[in-house]
Design a protein around this ligand. Sequence first.
Ligand code: SF4
Length: 686
Amino acid sequence: MDIKYVSTTCPYCGTGCGFNLVVRNGKVFDVAHWQRAPVNGGKLCPKGRYAHEFINSPDRLTKPLIKKDGTFVEATWDEAYDLIAEKFGSYKPDEMACLSSARASNEENYLMQKFARVALKTPHVDHCARLCHASTVAGLAAVFGSGAMTNSIKDITESKCIFILGSNTFEQHPLIARSVIRARGDGAKVIVADPRNTPTARQADLYMPFVSGTDVAILNGLMQEIIKNGWEDREFIKKRTKDFEKLREVVMKDAYSLENVSKISGIPVESLRTAAGWIAQAEVATLIYSMGITQHTVGVDNVKSTANLMMLTGNLGKPGGGVNPLRGQNNVQGACDMGALPNVYSGYQKVTDEATREKMMEAWGVDDIAEGKVGYTVTEMINILADNPGELRCMYIMGENPMLSDPDIQHVEEGLRNLEFLVVQDIFLTETARLADVVLPAACYAEKDGTQTNTERRVQRWRKAQDPPGEAKPDWQILCDLGRRMGYGKQFAFESPEAIFAEVAAVTPSYHGMSYGRLDPDGLHWPCPTAEHPGTAILHREKFAMPDGLGVFSAIEWKPPAEVPDAEYPFVLTTGRVIWQWHTGTMTRRSRSLEKEAPIGWIEINLEDAKALGIRDDEVVRASTRRGSIDIPARVTPEIIRGVMFIPFHYKEHPANMLTHNALDPIAKIPEFKACAVKVEKIVEA
Ligand code: SF4
């Protein structure tokens, strides 16, 4: 029997764990621990352990499909490419938009934005970072000059106080949670603030349940308490930051006294006081956040406020400190780094800077690319499609499923149905692919080489373990084929992912020093500017990445969510994930071992709220918002704060995003998934 072990990187969360795919007679059939893996040292969470199970699913797409008279018909690659090239060639650049993918490799994301900008000449390219951490990219870049985790995962073990805000780390990034546990074992205090008593909250020394959408008030209150006690790090503030007085003026207002913050957030005054003391007086403290912070109409404000707190206490640029946003998807950091965003080329080089645009044209060997203007974000694309039909007419979506992942999915469907021509490239026939005119079958992570960048900015390898099924091809090959069809043979002449990565390194300053050879065995953290540079695990050690080197304090007032409870919709709805499932379930729901653990959705309701509504545990209830209604089993529990309800968003049978609100943060254009007004009723049989 021919058995081999192929080391690669997990396709699920942004932790970037490594494992071995076990291959027998050319087919992957298991996952085995890879003790040498740099991030996780061989340990895996359930999703990683079973990351082989969907690979050879009978549902995989194996041939291109073209829709004829409303029905998909199998086609050859030539037929599909000819049709796509003809259609893409018939629209004006501003009428076309592309969605790249946080699940695809760096090379593929780089090629998708290059395809959009060079072959289609459209500035409208984005991906699902818009739905998770767009506020991080915008917020941290504005205050530190770099929109990513400031420290490394391993570095969390050095901390003496860990403040986890809006992150269910133990379920969503379990292998990062190990670092939290290790720090706690070495005496660190752990503070968790979350509306739900999650597995993360249950590990805390101090748990602070709070009403979703009150983060800025909480952070301002903590800062007021720190300043009142004289606990701020005056030397750090003086030497490394600016605009402290502006911050001080706001946070010292009566509105942010602990008593007032307690009324707004529901957190007891004593807990707030304790948290402020622990954070400020620890030898070194770190702040970890995730989508509980970012998915709000005030997402950027929330992010800047976390930065305020950590600068105030001098916890940046040193081991065990930092502001550490945990990125969701395996390669959402990389997709952003590669410029699959409407405002930047790779390495966050601005599209509006004419010198950079000229540089990219020269590097790509063309004399014209997309206009130097900021394109549409994915949330803007959907709104334009639904509200101004005819403005955007054609879309190319690679490895994304907005029909389940985006807010207010009736609105999303209305928008996508208004397209004249839709191409979807994926590994399964997703809810979005069903609406397409052409579906292209793609290879999954186990069927191609490439790189991905995890949440701590570490670039690591994927390695091919088996051939794709049927006629499916890696995304990078499809993009090269299409680029050549569109007349850009030289620009898309790549023969391998390694050759694409060499171009990435050449045009991306933070990746300049990287090559496939250098990524073994441990990967490299960006920035890595030269071939001799060891990579950068901790950012901002001496100065921030701003022109004057100073971190910027932001004076931020608390604003309530865009939609607050009222007499008709009296509860706050928040959404999120569970450890057994991933995103829209495309992969995990086809993994037997994961699906059997959490096969259906539910709505979590506080015991007292359920009693008042006459709702029993497990009873199917109707949850409604101003966008729509779903019928869903109730999970009655004391583990969620009164007045707040929670639905996991993985399940097409109980689609949480039928209910969510598409109100956007004005800067990051991220939707407010974490707070809208909902009502829940008993279903009365007619
Ligand atoms: Fe994969 Fe994330 Fe689990 Fe690691 S923690 S095995 S990267 S899902």
